[in-house]
Design a protein. Structure first.
Length: 96
């Protein structure tokens, strides 16, 4: 393990090409950024970073309105890269 995640940390889900190269495309694709919401035991739950609030409970996402897999079906905690941002939301660095 190379980094720890806490609630509200942002992670980036790299594409297959980015994973093979080991570097991210600049600028990052906003659709592949998720926010870590919570963790229990060996499970880690996320929400897309552009979701402010869910409209209908238990309809849009899983039962707790959290997801473990990206919308493309990838297991987020296994392939994510942590994103560090400043107070204004500018990306400082990506930790792989």
């Amino acid at each position: 393990m190379k980094f720890w995640l806490s609630p509200n940390d942002l992670v980036y889900i790299p594409t297959d090409g980015e994973r093979q190269r080991g570097s991210e495309d600049i600028p990052l694709c906003n659709d592949r950024i998720y926010k870590m919401v919570s963790a229990t035991g060996d499970r880690c739950f996320f929400l897309k970073s552009n979701v402010a609030n869910v409209l209908m409970n238990k309809v849009e996402f899983q039962s707790l309105n959290k997801i473990e897999k990206s919308l493309e079906g990838e297991n987020i905690k296994e392939i994510c890269w942590k994103i560090e941002v400043d107070r204004l939301g500018n990306i400082i660095k990506v930790i792989k």
